[in-house]
Design a binder for this molecule. Structure first.
Ligand code: NOJ
Length: 476
């Protein structure tokens, strides 16, 4: 027994991935609605139009959470349901607010602690059109602060807030590779607009400032009366040197994490970008004004960690191309000695390696002064799952094993290494819209039958977490 008594565990989802009902109750379009309509962007040509139909099935989802013993649920709000065009002078949609207020009330009634993500990639389309969305250094942070204030005021019963989910993905996938909405890239065969060498770093900076603004608003005007805590969720993979004997590979391992995580976490904990990034990117990395730095530094009550996989890292020599975002290195699944990082899954980027999780928890804890950490996402897809017969899908032993191994690695990080971990949310409560991969890649502990009225069937893994956490959480 090694996790603290009040350790929260449960599941996570995100609005555009599960809600559907894109026109219901006055919702405005988001950049993902628009992106999905561009031919070639989504693997199975799908979109979030229906998804899991969760907007209309809140009761069913809460019953599901209860039936598997979840103590908490992390979900995100659709900004364009609350402010359809998005901006601080635009109309507010009371129906959108009411929906989430009731959802939180119902969760609490069921004794499930809500954790709300304010932004999980579905920017109101209106803001992208009006001023370039995340690219706008002045307008975007102000509009995000306003949206956050509307939500803090409406949902005082929520005590755990996450400003942004994976700003790395918004920046790099949205503005470098163009793999995610709004699809900007320098590759003109994929997009008419974009500058992969510059835009991602601007977007990352603006997301940090917007985070800082929302946190300040929360701390000044809401936290004193309603309590609660707020932080950001960052994604990052574990790293192992391709050749442990080569100091340049060992160094590249840290650099890889710095380019993924410390890009955001260093400004939040130290008020500056990592030296390795400044060295490679020079003045393409924006400079914090004094006001911006004051907003960003010290703006995490907790660290939200999304984690799935690991890579072997091989350093590169020579000058990196301008659009490099990894830190002049290669990410590999095999080491120099031929060891494999982990078995294949349905996701091209994901191979389980639970020891990497423990290592990365330690890395973060050491670098950032032992912050309070919530694992806000962790989970896996399964190779070929979508093509299996239902009976086989429901026996997802591979996923059961993944959660077992990762939870045990995490428990060791707490009891043996002293990492301050407070919660864990499995990704995901149910199969859902896996962004550019559409519905073919499934991450759920619950199978969703998209062809038959989105009917839900809990897989073996759905029921595996309660006994797993019961065995790891201290009783008194
Ligand atoms: C991270 C993202 O936050 C989530 O939206 C996505 O579905 C999972 N990773 C799996 O790729």
């Amino acid at each position: 027994m090694s996790l603290p008594k009040d350790f929260l565990w449960g599941f996570a989802t995100a609005s555009y991935q599960i809600e559907g009902a894109v026109d219901a109750d006055g919702r405005g379009p988001s950049i993902w609605d628009t992106f999905c309509k561009i031919p070639g962007k989504i693997a199975d040509k799908s979109s979030g139009v229906t998804a899991c139909d969760s907007y209309k099935r809140t009761k069913e989802d809460i019953d599901l959470l209860k039936s598997v013993g979840a103590k908490c649920y992390r979900f995100s709000l659709s900004w364009s349901r609350i402010i359809p065009i998005g901006g601080r002078n635009d109309p507010i949609n009371q129906k959108g607010i009411d929906h989430y207020v009731k959802f939180v009330d119902d969760l609490l009634e069921a004794d499930i602690t809500p954790l709300i993500t304010l932004y999980h990639w579905d920017l109101p389309e209106g803001l992208d059109k009006r001023y370039g969305g995340l690219l706008n250094r002045t307008e975007f942070p102000l509009d995000f602060e306003h949206y956050a204030r509307v939500v803090f005021k409406a949902i005082p019963k929520c005590k755990h807030w996450i400003t942004f989910n994976e700003p790395w993905c918004s920046s790099i996938l949205g503005y470098n590779s163009g793999y995610f909405a709004p699809g900007h890239t320098s590759d003109r065969s994929k997009s008419a607009v974009g500058d992969s060498a510059r835009e991602p770093w601007i977007v990352g900076h603006n997301l940090l400032v917007a985070h800082g603004r929302a946190v300040k608003a929360f701390r000044d005007d809401f936290k004193p009366t309603q309590g609660g805590e707020i932080g950001i969720t960052l994604n990052g993979d574990a790293t192992y040197p391709w050749d442990p004997e080569d100091p340049a590979d060992v160094e590249a391992c840290d650099r890889k994490i710095e380019f993924a995580i410390s890009w955001f976490a260093d400004p939040i904990y130290f008020g500056k970008y990592p030296d390795s990034m400044l060295k490679q990117l020079g003045n393409r990395l924006p400079t914090f004004t004094d006001e911006e730095r004051a907003l960003v530094q010290g703006s995490n009550d907790f660290y939200g960690m999304n984690h799935y996989t690991a890579n072997y890292i091989k350093h590169k020599t020579g000058t990196p191309p301008e659009d490099d975002f990894l830190g002049n290195l290669e990410t590999l699944f095999y080491s120099k000695a031929g060891e494999c990082i982990g078995p294949e899954t349905q996701s091209f980027w994901l191979r389980p390696n639970a020891q990497g999780f423990r290592n990365l928890l330690n890395w973060l804890s050491n670098r950032y002064g032992r912050p309070k950490i919530y694992v806000t996402e962790n989970g896996t897809s399964l190779k070929g799952e979508n093509d299996m017969p239902l009976e086989q899908i429901l026996e997802d032993d591979f996923r059961v094993q993944y959660f077992h191994d990762y939870a045990h690695a995490m428990a060791k990080a707490v009891s043996e290494d002293g990492v301050d971990l407070r919660g864990y949310m499995a990704w995901s409560l149910m199969d859902n819209f896996e962004w550019a991969e559409g519905y073919e890649t499934r991450f759920g502990v619950t199978y969703v039958d998209y062809a038959n009225d989105q009917k839900r069937y809990p897989k073996k893994s759905a029921r595996s977490l309660k006994p797993l956490f019961d065995s790891l959480i201290k009783k008194d």
